[in-house]
Design a protein around this ligand. Structure first.
Ligand SMILES: C[S@@+](CC[C@H](N)C(=O)[O-])C[C@H]1O[C@@H](n2cnc3c(N)ncnc32)[C@H](O)[C@@H]1O
Length: 219
């Protein structure tokens, strides 16, 4: 069944930011992760966040008795999260494009917010700005190939959620729609959950979007 839903959750963070990070919009609120875990997983499920960042998925999984796994390419963020979680061995430092080589067990669910890129930027956040990989098309191809790898460690029919926003700084950039199109080449796009923040919204951003995919190895 296609998914087209509105989910209302408070915009609330549990942990203070590390000193090296000055903006909350690098991470998603714990409240959203909790609501999605309740909806799509059960205790004991293995959950992978391929862009682990400041570890929100990881922390909330531990609170809810899910088994977290994460990959993070930034050493400082990786070390900060690792020093605060219980299942340290499941947090990997590296590039999520190499996921298949990490020898992970079969995952039941994936949730992340990938690094954002507006279509008119050249700087590709998935290659840390290496100029050999400039450009939005390269970015979308890279996200697609990373998710092709993630599908190989997910059980068949597992849900995959990608949280993102269409970008409204300076110019409108259709990031959510472009991610939906690129990723539906490697997974089945079931639909979207529009998340309405019920309180304490930063930057006047009243909502965000979660694309809901299913791993379909037949694609
Ligand atoms: C938007 S943040 C994720 C935030 C996370 N959801 C949270 O709540 O803390 C995206 C993260 O992806 C990381 N990243 C970028 N490219 C990566 C790659 N190829 N492999 C793994 N991590 C990567 C960045 O360093 C950044 O921390």
């Amino acid at each position: 069944m296609p998914i087209s839903e509105l989910l209302t959750v408070p915009y609330r963070y549990k942990r203070v930011l590390p000193d090296f990070q000055n903006r909350d919009d690098i991470r998603f609120p714990d409240t959203l992760v909790a609501a999605l875990l309740d909806r799509f997983t059960k205790p004991g499920d293995k959950v992978i966040d391929p862009f682990c960042g400041l570890g929100t998925t990881f922390f909330v999984c531990e609170e809810k008795d899910r088994i977290p796994y994460g990959i993070e390419a930034d050493r400082q963020r990786h070390d900060w999260v690792k020093s605060r979680v219980k299942t340290k061995e499941n947090l990997l430092f590296g590039d999520s494009a190499d996921i298949v080589s990490f020898d992970l067990p079969e995952m039941d669910f994936s949730l992340t917010s990938p690094p954002y890129m507006p279509h008119w930027h050249e700087w590709n956040p998935l290659y840390n700005g290496d100029p050999r990989y400039d450009g939005y098309d390269v970015y979308l191809e890279r996200v697609q190939s990373i998710y092709a790898g993630i599908c190989r460690v997910l059980r068949k029919d597992a849900h995959v959620i990608v949280q993102a926003d269409n970008l409204t700084n300076e110019r409108f950039s259709t990031l959510v729609w472009d991610l939906g199109k690129a990723l539906s080449e490697v997974m089945t796009l079931e639909g979207e959950i529009i998340v309405n923040w019920s309180e304490n919204v930063e930057n006047d951003k009243q909502f965000t979007q979660c694309l809901v995919f299913r791993n379909n190895m037949n694609l």
